[in-house]
Design a protein around this ligand. Structure first.
Ligand code: AKG
Ligand code: FE2
Length: 367
């Protein structure tokens, strides 16, 4: 049923300012908040973005076992489904992926234990600057640092070369490594299929973007229950910087994806991976597959945990539209090439909601 959230946030907010608050978790656990501190009041840049609906739309489903099938007809059908999902939604659920349920549950519970460490223990992993390979904290680490989101996070650069993870809580690092390796295998297969759906050889993407040393960033997000969920924001609308992001969550909804100008709340199939297209895929496909705008909203009852794994090309790769997809007459390049590492660095320095994609887009060429 279609529901419309208020476009004006007129509810009272608390004047209590969290002095020295290191996490939203601590804030919610140390005070019996009936209203949110005013610094968490989120004002949407586009008021229409509060237009939410949860309709009977059907979210695309990709059967991973068909994508890797030895039967050519099954594989081609799965590639067509993937192509359509990426064009129509930029979003799909992957089922029959072979990653055991115990591993999916294991990484969520290990992340929960990480958030349960004391503030003192977590300080060790806070990181000093936004490109540190292990970083935990709250809000957003934008350059101005002024925006307070109802979200705590731990972010790890897990590839290339070296796997980085906190040594606490016990067992976290092991389960994170196994989880990241499984996710990497899935993304690699998806990108082979994408190569084909773009009409390229199936190893074109992996060779051109040097996927043997591709970057992978793991983020666990905690959204504690919020007394005024309609006034605060978990993660505001954004796109991700890589090629594909893989996401799982505990059983609490909160992810919304933008589809035909509306926000759709996602209720995942059990044990599925949620996958969204990201900026580098839009650039590489010369705009055939658009990056997905998405956000995380809050509730006032239970904590939500999501695990987002961003999968990019190699940090060394310079990403532009695949040369085989460009011809100056009919398909001119719609994006300027840019080194991926530089793209990520620039993106991290942007203020909320702004994207580097706008800087590399060539005016008048991309639709
Ligand atoms: O928590 C979610 O559902 C979204 C997370 C996300 O978009 C991100 O970490 O980039
Ligand atoms: Fe995201």
């Amino acid at each position: 049923m279609a529901t419309t959230a208020p476009t004006q946030f007129a509810m009272p907010t608390s004047n209590v300012q969290p002095s020295n608050v290191t996490s939203v978790k601590t804030l919610t656990e140390t005070a019996d908040l009936k209203t949110i501190p005013s610094i968490y009041a989120y004002t949407p840049t586009n008021p229409n973005e509060a237009d939410v609906f949860e309709d009977e739309v059907s979210i695309p489903i990709i059967d991973f076992s068909l994508l890797t099938s030895a039967i050519p007809e099954q594989r081609s059908k799965a590639i067509q489904d993937l192509d359509k999902a990426c064009q129509d939604w930029g979003f799909f659920m992957v089922v029959n992926h072979g990653v055991p349920e115990s591993l999916l549950k294991g990484i969520i519970s290990a992340s929960n234990e990480f958030f349960n460490l004391t503030e003192e223990e977590k300080k060790e992993f806070a990181g000093k600057n936004i490109l540190d390979p292990i970083r935990c904290g709250t809000s957003l680490s934008t350059s101005n640092g002024k925006i307070f989101l109802w979200r705590d996070f731990v972010k790890l650069v897990v590839q290339p070369d070296q796997f980085h993870a906190p040594h606490k809580p016990i067992g976290f690092s092991e389960v994170a490594l196994e989880y990241c390796n499984s996710g990497r295998r899935i993304v690699r297969e998806l990108l082979k299929a994408i190569s084909e759906s773009l009409g390229l050889d199936n190893d074109y993407v992996e060779k051109t973007l040097n996927l043997d040393s591709s970057a992978q960033v793991f983020s666990a997000n905690l959204y504690p229950p919020c007394p005024q969920p309609e006034l605060a924001m978990g993660l505001p609308p954004h796109s991700d910087h890589g090629l594909f992001t893989l996401l799982i969550q505990n059983d609490v909804p909160g992810l919304q994806v933008q589809h035909n100008g509306k926000w759709v709340t996602i209720n995942p199939l059990p044990n599925s991976f949620l996958v969204n297209t990201a900026d580098q895929l839009e650039i590489f496909s010369n705009g055939k597959y658009k990056t997905l705008m998405h956000r995380a909203i809050l509730n006032n009852k239970v904590a939500r945990i999501s695990i987002a794994m961003a999968n990019g090309p190699s940090f060394e790769a310079t990403v532009g539209p695949a040369s085989k997809l460009v011809d100056s007459e009919n398909h001119p390049a719609a994006y300027r090439p840019m080194n991926y590492k530089e793209y990520v660095e620039q993106q991290q320095l942007q203020s909320l909601g702004k994207t580097i994609l706008d800087h590399v887009r060539i005016e008048g060429q991309s639709k």
